[in-house]
Design a protein around this ligand. Sequence first.
Ligand SMILES: *[C@@H]1O[C@H](CO)[C@@H](O)[C@H](O)[C@H]1NC(C)=O
Length: 407
Amino acid sequence: MRRMVMMMMMMWHVEGLSSPTTTRMWVPQSSRSAMGKLYNKHRSAASVGVGLKMKQMEMESVEDLRAHFLQLLSTRRSPQVPLEVLPAKPVLEPLYQGPPPPKFSQAMESCPKADIPNFKQLLYEENLYLTTEEGEQGKLPVLILSMKQTGHSKRPAVVFLHSTNKCKEWLRPLLEAYASYGYIAVAIDSRYHGERAKNRTTYNDALVSAWKKGDTMPFIFDTVWDLVKLAEYLTGRDDIDHSKIGITGESLGGMHAWFAAFVDTRYSVVVPIIGVQGFRWAIDNDQWQARVDSIKSVFEEARKDLGKDAIDKEVVEKVWIRIAPGLASVFDSVHTVPLIAPRPLLILNGERDPRCPLAGLEVTISRTREAFKKANCADSFKVIAEAGIGHEMTESMVKEAKNWLNH
Ligand SMILES: *[C@@H]1O[C@H](CO)[C@@H](O)[C@H](O)[C@H]1NC(C)=O
């Protein structure tokens, strides 16, 4: 039995699949206890898999990882509530956190609009809240722009996700451009952002609190829970073509797009912009600094609590395990990005982005390429690393994303 499992581990490894056994090998000792239940489930799933045909096992491992992620998302959560739609008002003075954002973003404004006379009069705006769980953070603010329509034709939808410290209103120029091409263009406030923030430190406070109490997952995962609920809402609308729901976003929004697409196949075309990275690779290769700097206070707090003079890779790993369990192990890009296949996936990064170092994506990219090849749609996967560009969404990325979403 032991030998069989060993053999399977090797086969999985060779085939580059995101299997429970390969992930198990990569889970560092320290995160095993934190992963607890998840880890054990993986192990038993692997044992059950012995003797089944490889193909069946592949399918199972894909579904397993999704189920495990969903299971994680459903922990640390207030009681479940039915998905409800509540009316909301347009936000006239959106709350931006961190340093004041520029008033104007060249990249945001750069998406070409279809030439529609009286565009503003024909633009239809919806503001609403979706209930995604009990409590304050369980009210998901949603902004939707589309063209007023007289007929009943179904339209494609696109969800665009904002970056750290911004909010849904920041995306308005992009939403308008997508609306002009006939999309139902959707934006949300991520957890502790926009309408879900009280003041300019809410997001940082939430990260620190998660480190202290371990009761929420404010980095990526809690928002992904909301995006699963959003998919439920969008596929309940009869003006949307349910087979055409794109998801994309910038930076933190790119990470949200990646994880939402991994866990929820209702998102049918996917463009993470400057978001996909190797969290494990960054720790192992001492390349975590730029990522840490983007949300420094939680790492500073952890450093103090751990009695260290400086933030080091142990601090980084402990923070991820505590506030986003599995992020640097079982749910890292190397395991989760390939599972977006066969849905069209375009990864847009900057060649010199220190927050998403390209070297940290080599294995992720090769495994993902393999997964698309296996699904007979090698052309549905593309990576563009824009030469000379750091952590920045460029006009060219905006254009590439728009073309890809047209899939
Ligand atoms: C922001 O709000 C929180 C919670 O109400 C409060 O504890 C914190 O001191 C506030 N921070 C600022 C900068 O006002």
